[in-house]
Design a protein around this ligand. Structure first.
Ligand SMILES: NC(=O)c1ccc[n+]([C@@H]2O[C@H](COP(=O)([O-])OP(=O)(O)OC[C@H]3O[C@@H](n4cnc5c(N)ncnc54)[C@H](O)[C@@H]3O)[C@@H](O)[C@H]2O)c1
Length: 385
């Protein structure tokens, strides 16, 4: 018997919506089928020519028999759009970020619970094999207690036209942040997924340092964890070539992830602390066993997330990307932004509501861009890092 498929309606047919169309119509999501599409502008795409097309979400919700909606519209629309879908009795998978702040992400969780529906977020980089491997090495205890982490993710370069070609990018009103909320949200998510949230942080955010934008395009953050772990996270959308170097110093091993390779230096015979306290060699260093693991693929990415979403609805499997997971990365990103804006340490548990109010004040003076550049050249595949 053919496997039951989740009927999906897609709203937002821009670059990422087009990738979802390719995945759904190209058989990459085995347990889902595309049954309707919606965009406020007419979209000419032969792959959806036979599907019902709606200009308004409300018309699609009222007229199509989809079980779930995938939302791939600009970030500032996510909260209201997801709320509307949930209250109309549809499950919803929202593109990242799930909303503009963690307060709203948590509210979506409550709305979904009341509606008895699933609200999930497209955090596709959790499927990246190298991140899965690091998570496993940390959470299994294989590398021992983690002492210090450093992630320099500065290769999210974007030129000015990337912002100017849209009404919403790079604006408090449109996405409520820059590199932290749009590009590095994937790394922040992987970071919080692996290590959880810190007890406090301090971040230096530079707003419009490289671009004519309102929001941050460079961030250096320092974090302290309750078990004495310290961490730094650096990101930028203004540097080139930048780097993506993720280092983890732990009691049983030292890890470096860079260029798709994970180098593991395992301490032989004793933990780092045991060696440090007991060796008689004044300039001695611990003996290590070296290995390098190579990861050639990027994993299932967007199709894998969608398959998990469909599986959770059709077969009761755990949804690995629900709204609480979406709130996690936003909490960390919002806390870094707040620290940068107010030039102070931020402690956890994070006051989501206070941040939502601070954000509303920033947004009160922000407007969506009216004169959008049309002379851009789009090479969307180059957007992924
Ligand atoms: N997960 C990823 O890898 C990834 C990659 C790129 C973008 N994104 C996210 O996807 C979202 C969309 O990004 P994009 O680059 O495709 O944006 P975009 O602005 O280029 O395209 C959005 C599309 O949505 C349509 N739209 C806007 N408001 C609408 C509404 N109310 N109803 C119906 N249609 C509407 C627009 O006409 C447009 O076609 C953003 O939130 C972004 O952060 C995720």
């Amino acid at each position: 018997m053919a496997e039951k498929k989740l009927k999906i309606a897609l709203v937002g047919l821009g670059p990422i919506g087009t990738l979802h169309i390719d995945n759904l119509t190209g058989g990459k999501v085995k347990n889902a089928e595309l049954v309707a599409v919606c965009d406020m502008r007419k979209v000419d795409n032969p792959k959806i020519a036979s599907l019902p097309f709606y200009e308004k979400l409300e018309d699609m919700l009222a007229n199509c028999d989809a079980d779930a909606v995938v939302a791939a519209t600009p970030s500032f629309t996510h909260f209201n759009l997801a709320k509307t879908c949930l209250e109309a009795g549809k499950h919803v998978l929202v593109e990242k970020p799930i909303s503009l702040c963690s307060f709203d992400a948590k509210r979506l969780g409550e709305i979904a619970k009341r509606a008895g529906k699933t609200c999930a977020v497209m955090l596709n980089q959790r499927t990246t094999p190298i991140y899965k491997r690091i998570k496993n090495l940390v959470s299994s205890g294989e590398i021992g207690k983690v002492n210090r982490v450093s992630w320099n993710m500065s290769n999210w370069y974007r030129p000015q036209i990337y912002f100017d070609m849209s009404s919403w990018r790079g604006l408090w009103k449109g996405e409520a942040g820059g590199v932290l909320i749009n590009q590095a949200i994937h790394n922040i998510d992987a970071f919080a997924w692996i290590f959880g949230l810190p007890q406090s942080l301090r971040a230096w955010c530079k707003f419009g340092k490289y671009h004519n934008i309102e929001v941050e395009d460079e961030v250096s953050a320092f974090m302290q964890y309750p078990d004495d772990m310290t961490a730094t996270f650096i990101t930028s959308s203004g540097e080139h070539p930048g780097t993506n170097r993720f280092e983890i110093s732990a009691e049983k091993a030292y890890l470096v992830a860079e260029n798709g390779k994970l180098s593991i230096s395992k301490f032989k015979g004793a933990t780092l602390r045991e060696f440090t306290l007991n060796t008689l060699y004044a300039f001695g260093t611990p003996e290590t066993e070296e290995s390098v693991e190579e990861f050639d693929g990027k994993g299932g990415q967007h199709a894998e997330v969608m398959e998990n979403f469909a599986d959770s609805i059709l077969n009761g499997k755990k949804c690995d990307f629900d709204s609480a997971e979406g709130a996690l990365s936003l909490t960390l990103a919002n806390a870094m932004l707040l620290s940068g804006i107010e030039n102070r340490d931020v402690c956890f548990p994070f006051d989501d509501e206070a941040y939502a109010k601070a954000l509303a004040e920033k947004q009160a003076n922000s407007r969506l861009r009216e004169n959008v550049r049309k002379d851009f050249i789009l090479d969307f595949n180059k957007s992924f890092r």
